[in-house]
Design a protein around this ligand. Structure first.
Ligand code: HT7
Ligand code: ZN
Length: 876
């Protein structure tokens, strides 16, 4: 299909003011009657036909103002309905379609998940239910009548508020009517019908209204909803307090389903969730799962204002709702937990997912200008880099002007479908600043590099930093302009305190943030009494690569003394990264791997520093990941050498610090019953990362410690961590532990996913065979996206050495899976295919094998647009 381009955007010729849907559910033949009140817009050409979108639709009947349409008045195809000879004034179109929810394996439109009827309409799923102007700028008021057999589906849910419900006399069927007073685009439509259990609560809004909160889950899972409900209530309160946003319906319903392509969906008043982001009990969910549930519940709730009340004009503006809402959920989690720990976690994710995307063939601007398949643009760039752009805006404007800009945005655009330009105009107006250069963050792909060189002149008491920026070329964007980059900085004196009261010249500043705008700035600090160490890019104030001339000694000083915890962590990571690169070179050249004692001492110091939050110490201990190393190395990457080097460095550190590690490991033993809160989870994180070190060191090789940890675990965090260590270090007892875990959790799919992932990510030569074998396990299903991600997705993205095997067998396997899954679920197949995105940075032999696998996929005639788009871009 032809690409969609931003510059081709035109408003619709027709408005659909109201939509009445009558949905009569049956597994194989659901009847959908849509009654659309339509009017031609003043701007439309007279006599222009109405062209509605469809996707695999089966049209049953069509009527205009109550009369069946003559055959020559329309043309119907599964993907398009064109109606000619329409009246000039408003008219009512009635469309009847027939759907087969059971046959819908794409999980877009109306489908069944474990017997529950549910919908997924973002981005273009509504057109799989009825013909429609399925684009985000077509806003309508919806009334939905849902009818089903009462015994199959006692629960019937729609958007908005419940209006009416009842039995249909003389039948075994019942119905419910829902009305949503807020005009919305079709992608926010939802309905659910099934035999579900309900967990209820209430919330009183800041303006005193009572809201019913319900979470619907499969029977038996009621006990696992407490954390999600608690997270929802905290999100609602937080949005009132921090952004002044109040909920606007009588009910807020959440439904958890087990078959879902993504994490969750913000349908108005009826959020539908992947059950992974709802269900939590200490026995089945890790601390990371608890944090993920809190964040995703908040994210979807926050969309009620950023996404639903104010939506996107077109899909190019996706970051307007997603980047902004990620920023909001990150801020929420920071307020609920530790701000530095959350920031470090977010930056790790950005660097490990978004930076490689921005550096490879799938790079695109935060606001793309062209797409072939919109589903492939729900990316780390749109979400995570999009959030960073909003964060930078706040850093440059300061908190007051930022809040004023947000308030103006809510006030001015409520009820509209709008654009990034309109969003930025609100901040420009509220702050009086020109944001034209800043807007390049939405337009230019690629991660900028900031290079900082500094010198201290003691006689002149002057410290000078030369800051240069460059933005790399990316696909279809070779020449780049300089950006506005907020560089938060401080000078740390020899005694470890921040130097204050210095005068600074060479760049504008807001608070402690320098506004870098030119290709090069000379920043001069005067009256500097002694040589400082600059703490740069504090809190990771911009999504850039920072290259500074700081020595390892400077960085280790910052690791110990910086007053910004983020930069303490970052400094240690930078030293560890250089050490790991050296180790990788040694591994590739079959030379011995050594680790500098200064790095070991710095790690030892952070383990033993009881003044630091255990969660923060755990992060300090985590070595940069294999993808971080591959990204830094950039070309001729040998993932097996990286893996070997990282393991060896970890073992060396463990051996040198065994005593301190064991003492802290013991001290972190849980003092009381399980709690998912930040403090308790931080202690577990530290204890578990120490277990990992100790088990990879010489003293842990007999597996005693890891087995004891596994046997004593009274929660999933500790059990999964111990199992991971036993399997990834191949310690004695790992097979028994795998069997025990499967025994205990074999009937809990979300828990069994951890078992699949641990085995799929074991860095050994038989991992691929294990993955293949596990696809035949009774708990695995190619039809369930969570299972596919847990096993095959984890192998392709979380087992770099084995997916990128030198013989190409990992690539060939993924290609086969992509081709077979493409026939049933193209969206998930395309996501898997994007694991190839860094193939060009591999060493030549692996590159050739990856390219052959990609070409094999590309050569297939019958590819979905989803997979075609990914493989074509990867090969460009
Ligand atoms: N806005 C939601 C995106 C989403 C989605 C997109 C494509 C296909 C299936 C999907 N399920 C959910 C989720 C969010 O970002 O909040
Ligand atoms: Zn979202």
């Amino acid at each position: 299909p032809a690409p969609v381009r931003l510059e081709d955007y035109r408003p619709t010729d027709f408005a659909i003011d109201t939509v009445s849907l009558d949905i009569r559910l049956a597994p194989k033949a659901t009847q959908v009657r849509a009654r659309l009140a339509i009017r031609r817009r003043d701007t439309a050409a007279k006599g222009a036909p109405l062209v509605l979108d469809g996707d695999e639709l089966d049209l049953v009947s069509l009527a205009l103002d109550g009369r069946p349409l003559a055959a020559d008045a329309y043309t119907a195809a599964p993907d398009r309905l064109e109606i000619r000879a329409l009246p000039d004034g408003p008219f009512v179109l009635e469309i009847e379609t027939r759907l087969d929810p059971d046959a819908n394996t794409k999980l877009m439109g109306l489908y069944r998940s474990s017997g529950t009827y549910c919908t997924q309409c973002e981005a273009e799923g509504f057109r799989r239910i009825t013909y429609f102007l399925d684009r985000p700028d077509c806003l309508s008021v919806y009334t939905t009548r849902i009818e089903a057999r009462e015994s199959d589906a006692p629960v019937l849910l729609g958007n908005g508020n419940p209006v009416e419900a009842g039995r249909i006399e003389g039948t075994d069927r019942h119905y419910a009517v829902w009305h949503d007073p807020h005009p919305k685009p079709a992608y926010l439509f939802a309905m659910v019908a099934g035999d579900l259990a309900r967990v209820s609560n209430r919330f009183t809004t800041a303006d005193g209204r009572d809201v019913a909160l319900n979470i619907y889950v499969e029977h038996g899972n009621e006990g696992a909803c407490d954390w999600a409900m608690d997270s929802l209530k905290r999100s609602m309160r937080w949005d009132e307090e921090v952004f002044g946003r109040i909920y606007d319906l009588e009910v807020f319903n959440i439904v958890a389903v087990s078959d879902f392509n993504m994490g969750a969906m913000e349908n108005k008043g009826l959020n539908i969730f992947n059950d992974k982001y709802v269900l939590a009990s200490p026995d089945t969910a890790t601390d990371q799962d608890y944090a993920g549930i809190e964040a995703v519940i908040a994210h979807e709730y926050f969309h009620n204002w950023t996404g639903n009340r104010i939506t996107c004009r077109d899909w190019f503006q996706l970051c307007l709702k997603e980047g902004l809402t990620v920023f909001r959920d990150q801020e929420f989690s920071s307020d609920m937990r530790s701000r530095p720990v959350k920031r470090i976690a977010d930056v790790r994710l950005l660097k490990s997912h978004q930076f490689p995307e921005d550096a490879g063939p799938l790079a695109h601007p935060v606001r793309p200008r062209l797409y072939h398949e919109i589903n492939n643009f729900y990316t780390a760039t749109v979400y995570e880099k999009g959030a960073e752009v909003v964060r930078m805006l706040k850093a440059l404007l300061g908190p007051e002007d930022f809040r004023a800009g947000m308030d103006l945005f809510f006030e001015r655009h409520d009820g509209e479908a709008t654009t990034v330009e309109a969003f930025l105009a609100c901040f420009q107006e509220a702050s009086g600043r020109d944001l034209a250069q800043f807007s390049l963050w939405y337009e230019q792909a690629g991660t900028p590099t900031l290079t900082v060189d500094s010198k201290y002149e003691p006689e002149a008491r002057r410290f000078t930093m030369t800051v240069r920026q460059s933005v790399p070329p990316t696909p279809k964007q070779s020449a780049k302009k300089p950006m506005t980059i907020p560089l938060k900085a401080a000078l740390i004196g020899p005694d470890g305190t921040e130097m204050t009261g210095l005068s600074v010249a060479g760049a504008e500043m807001t608070g402690d943030t320098l506004h870098i705008r030119n290709p090069s700035h000379m920043i001069v600090f005067s009256d500097v009494p002694a040589r400082p160490v600059p703490s740069l890019l504090r809190e990771f104030s911009a999504p850039v690569h920072l290259k500074s001339d700081l020595s390892d000694a400077d960085l280790l000083f910052l690791a110990a003394r910086d007053t910004d915890p983020f930069n303490r962590w970052q400094a240690l990571q930078s030293v560890a990264l250089s050490a790991l690169i050296k180790a990788t070179q040694a591994a590739a050249g079959q030379r011995p791997i050594t680790v500098d004692p200064e790095l070991v001492d710095a790690i030892g110091a952070s383990i033993a520093d009881d003044s630091l939050d255990p969660a923060f110490r755990a992060l300090c201990l985590q070595l940069p990941g294999e993808t971080d190393l591959a990204r830094e190395i950039g070309k001729d990457v040998d993932p097996e050498a990286i893996c070997q080097a990282r393991r060896q460095v970890r073992a060396t550190i463990a051996d040198r610090l065994a005593e301190t590690m064991l003492a802290t490991y013991t001290a972190m033993t849980s003092p009381g019953p399980f709690s998912p809160d930040a403090a308790a989870s931080g202690r577990r994180a530290l204890r578990n990362v120490l277990l990992e070190y100790l088990s990879h060191g010489t003293g842990g090789q007999d597996g005693t410690l890891a087995r004891a940890h596994f046997d004593a675990a009274d929660n999933m965090t500790d059990r999964a961590a111990a199992l991971g260590v036993l399997v990834h270090a191949r310690l004695p007892g790992h097979e028994e532990a795998l069997a025990a875990f499967a025994d205990r959790h074999g009937h809990t799919p979300l828990a069994l996913d951890k078992w699949f992932t641990i085995q799929a990510t074991a860095p050994f030569g038989d991992a691929l065979d294990t993955v293949k074998r596990l696809t035949t396990h009774a708990g695995f299903s190619m039809g369930n996206p969570n299972r596919v991600r847990a096993l095959i997705g984890a192998f392709a993205t979380g087992n770099q050495s084995q997916f990128n095997r030198a013989d190409g067998a990992g690539f060939d396997y993924l290609a086969e899976v992509v081709l077979s899954l493409d026939k049933t679920n193209p969206q998930v197949a395309a996501r898997l295919a994007s694991a190839f995105r860094s193939w060009r940075s591999l060493e030549p032999e692996r590159q050739a094998r990856a390219e052959a696998a990609l070409r094999h996929v590309a050569a297939m005639a019958e590819l979905s647009p989803d997979v075609r788009d990914i493989v074509d871009r990867c090969l460009q």
